[in-house]
Unconditional design. Sequence first.
Length: 305
Amino acid sequence: MNDLGSIPDGGIGRDVTRRLRSDAEGVAEAARLIRSGRVVGFPTETVYGLGADATDAEAVARIFAAKERPHFNPLIAHLADREAALTEGVFDDAASRLAGAFWPGPLTLVVPASSGCQVCDLARAGLPSVALRVPGNALARDLLAQVARPVAAPSANRSGRVSPTCADHVVGDLAGRIAAVLDGGETAVGVESTVVACLDGRVRLLRPGGITRAALVDCLGFTLAEAVETARPIGPGLLASHYAPRARVRLDATAVRAGEAVLLFGSDEPQGMEAARAQFNLSPAGDLTEAATQLFSALRRLDAT
Ligand code: TXA
Ligand code: MG
């Protein structure tokens, strides 16, 4: 049925995934499950995360198994507040400045792991660095405070699929493979956190996301080096196939082909719209923030047609 027979109490594959309400009882239960080594979907302000105790390699292994994620991808460790995050890594001037400006919020900082770093090797994919983030929404921070340990959490989708922005997406991808999902409604930002590496005295943008490059530059006072694609990518945002719906996607289409669904932005329309099987406009007004909140759910909706 699955390849997890070796994990004791490994609920994946035979779990009935519970949907927990975002009230005090639901949050307490989600925290209890994570503290006992289980995997729980929970909302951050960006997308839903698939959370497990980052200090427990067996718990982290259950995330990789549920997602069917390639093991070379390291995970982000989520902390309840800045103070807790600062103890897990070594922050140079740039990292301290970015943490001060954007935490809590949709920014992930990759920094050298501190000597007391609790995040296990598996969550860090064996790297000497660690990815840290303090999410911006109260529900996630409440959950993290109750877990009182770093929580490793990739986006709560199966590997290669679109990131989830509501609990139904998580259930659709992972029902039966995780213990529970904490239902906090729609996420506010709708795209993932911006990932920035502050290593070896350099600052690099590894993945674009909820914090714009302009905001980072504004905070730092200097421009950012681009990441380069390597055989072993430093961030999967750089893999050739990443946010992939099941349907084939054409970018910058100027004319609709038979059978295609169309994802629009602003007022421009491709030729032959009458042939479209389905359509959705990310922001008729051409607003990028509005478009970002819609992107993943729109891809899923059109993919379903
Ligand atoms: O908004 C988000 O960031 C969501 C929510 C749940 O927090 N999480 C998320 O996680 O998108 P994930 O696992 O899908 O993406 C984590 C990103 C990947 O691009 C990964 O390679 C990068 O962070 N990353 C993690 N640790 C790293 C490290 N030590 N060095 C370089 N990149 C790292
Ligand atoms: Mg992801």
